[in-house]
Design a protein around this ligand. Structure first.
Ligand code: AMP
Length: 628
């Protein structure tokens, strides 16, 4: 059997590794690098460039160089800010597409290119084919995002053995043996694009995730964007052109960007034009700013250098750590509320936590470490390389699956509640938030309308009370035999496997007809269709609810009245005149309650008729027993 590799498919960087001789090791590419930038460049001709070679291209060809694609994976247009240098496509509410060289590509296709490169690097390093993988995702990823990630793996030729939450993987990497028998840990993961905080409990070698919180759109990229905006501001405005920070280089105009007149040569005065309006310059500025940000984790000051920024002049912008911290502080500060919520959900205080683990490159920033120490009242454990912890954990998980690592069981939880829409556009929760997975839960539902031939099962994820405020993961119809209102019995079962993939099964218990739908995509439904369904459900919400109580009683009466009539024909002679009179009175009460459409009087009248016909029923039973 081939080895299972562990992959950290990061927003900024990705890594791949494998268990060798009982140790998790990360595999290097042909140049000895273990961090592969999650960047894909599409040249005018030939195969895409991936990783390190592509990471240089945003400066040269921003429109055709895709970075941070993970932000868009499994998402719809409008859900994610489009603050990237390349173009996004797709209609609002439709899946996000990335447009390069006239071609629209799904974010998972971009991710697949990165995974293909990792796979090729691993095959070169191991000297054998690699086909099985464990891939990590942020704990906060919903089903659509998990499925899209799985699809990316499959497009790259992998069998995806498991999707693992990043914080859980990281906790594995930090090592179980060093922690005491029973302990609680917080995993603070601030990467390029996502922030995750997880509270885990470790007990006798078993990990249990007590709570997760976070934000899929908070990370180092935001700090980069704020820093770039700050630096671009310093290159902007006519009065700023001659600022001392901008120095003439004497380089001939347009030597590197002569083909791109709009981005480099548009300033006829030969000055450095505002980086804010110049995509190529902005991309170069971003690259230099990120480098400076990294340097400022170790040094108190750095300089952002852009040689020959606009053909004639170079840009040189000094920046101090204090200045960067001022820019980054509001972004970093946003992690605090998530940490508090995670602790509250897990019912722990900082004092209960034995370890705080740091994950994600951005946690190298001293400001982040100070904030973490402040939030949790103790300094974080920095014994592992925060860039590699998730990948190492993925490798260990792969080792667990292949049998190379034993005695570890991982329990994960659902980050958000899952349920279906019921009458009135309400969210009916089937699997509550923070449930341990794998999990299987079911509930019985019924039809709202008499003669209805199918039921729409609309699968929702979220915490809001109204269906419309939650995310729709998918919907499907289950056909069943036309039945009176409230008579169909449709069992809906949710099952989340160890990968966090949700399978929804709906079964008509009468016919046994069933449908199972894997929530492979949350993005295949048009906005209008969703909109219309919601409007319809809201319009009929109240009358449906009132009708329901009445119809249930009327259905019962509808079954009883003919049965009573037949029984009277057969055995009425054995009843006293008073008994027959009482039954006739109850029958007319039922009929008038139906005519009045009065739910409660009808319920009472049906119960009274039931009572009044007890002896009649007993006579019939007796006759049946005696074979008369
Ligand atoms: P990850 O998603 O874990 O690969 O984290 C990548 C993020 O960490 C990016 O925003 C990087 O700019 C940032 N990062 C990497 N190294 C450092 C460093 N030394 N100081 C500050 N941020 C860093």
């Amino acid at each position: 059997m081939s080895a299972i590799v562990g992959i950290d498919l990061g927003t900024t960087n990705s890594l791949i590794g494998v268990m060798e001789a009982g140790f998790p090791i990360l595999l290097a590419d042909g140049n000895g690098g273990r961090l592969t930038p999650s960047v894909v460049h599409f040249p005018a001709e030939g195969a895409p460039l991936i990783g390190r070679t592509a990471a240089r291209m945003p400066a040269i060809d921003p429109e055709n160089t895709i970075y941070s694609a993970k932000r868009f994976i499994g998402r719809r247009v409008g859900e994610e800010a489009d603050d990237v240098a390349y173009r996004l496509a797709g209609e609002r509410g439709e899946p996000v597409l990335i447009r390069t060289r006239g071609v629209n590509r799904a974010p998972e296709e971009i991710a697949a290119e990165v995974l293909k490169k990792l796979r090729a690097d691993a095959e070169r390093a191991l000297g054998e084919p690699v086909t099985r993988a464990v891939i990590t995702v942020p704990a906060y990823f919903n089903d659509a995002q998990r499925n899209a990630t799985k699809r990316a793996g499959e497009l790259a030729g992998f069998t995806v053995e498991r999707i693992v939450n990043e914080p859980t993987a990281a906790a594995l990497a930090y090592g179980l043996d060093r922690l005491k028998e029973r302990s609680k840990i917080a995993v603070f993961d601030l990467g390029g694009g996502t922030f995750d905080i997880s509270i885990l409990e470790l007990s006798k070698g078993v990990f249990h995730v007590l709570s997760t919180n976070g934000n899929t759109r908070l990370g180092g990229d935001d700090i980069d964007a704020a820093l770039v905006a700050h630096l671009a501001e310093r290159t902007a405005g006519p009065e700023d052109h001659a600022s001392p920070a901008v120095t003439a280089s004497g380089h001939p105009a347009c030597s590197t960007g002569a083909t791109d007149e709009t981005s480099v040569c548009h300033d006829t005065r030969g000055r450095v034009s505002s980086a804010r309006h110049d995509a190529a310059l902005l991309a170069r500025l971003r690259e230099a700013a990120v480098e400076a940000k990294h340097r400022l984790s170790d040094s108190a000051s750095a300089t952002v250098e852009l040689p020959f920024a606009a053909g004639r002049e170079s840009i040189s912008l000094p920046i101090t750590r204090a200045e960067l911290e001022r820019i980054a502080a509001p972004i970093v500060e946003r992690t605090r509320a998530h940490c508090r919520r995670a602790m509250a959900d897990a019912k722990v205080t900082p004092a209960d936590l034995d370890e705080i683990i740091l994950v994600g490159g951005q946690t190298r920033m001293p400001l982040v470490r100070r904030l973490v120490a402040e939030i949790f009242g103790k300094p974080a454990n920095t014994s592992q390389n925060p860039d590699e912890a998730v990948a190492i954990g993925a490798v260990i998980q792969a080792g667990i699956l292949s049998g190379a690592v034993q005695n570890v069981v991982l329990l994960d939880i659902t980050p958000l509640s899952l349920g279906i829409e019921t009458f009135g556009g309400l969210m009916s929760v089937i699997i509550p938030r923070n449930s341990t997975i794998p999990i299987k839960r079911g509930e019985m539902f019924t039809n709202a309308v008499s003669g209805q031939r199918s039921m729409l099962v609309r699968v929702l994820q979220g915490e809001r009370e109204m269906a419309r405020d939650n995310w729709e993961l998918g919907k499907f119809d289950l056909e069943f035999e036309p039945a009176p209102k409230s008579h169909a019995r449709v069992g809906v079962q949710f099952e989340i496997d160890a990968n966090g993939i949700l399978r929804v099964l709906a079964r008509d218990t009468k016919t046994g007809r069933e449908r199972t739908v894997e929530m492979t995509s949350a993005v295949d439904v048009s906005d209008e269709a969703v909109e219309k369904m919601l409007v319809d459900s809201l319009e009929h919400a109240f009358e449906d609810m009132n009708d329901r109580a009445f119809t249930e009683a009327k259905l019962k009466a509808g079954e009883m009245l003919p049965a009573v009539r037949i029984a009277l024909d057969q055995a009425g002679g054995e009843l006293s005149a008073e008994e027959k009179q009482a039954i006739a009175a109850r029958v007319s009460e039922v009929e008038s309650a139906i005519a009045a459409r009065a739910a409660q009087p009808l319920k009472k009248a049906v119960a009274a008729l039931d009572e009044a016909t007890q002896r009649l029923a007993a006579i019939l039973v007796e006759r049946a027993v005696q074979g008369r």
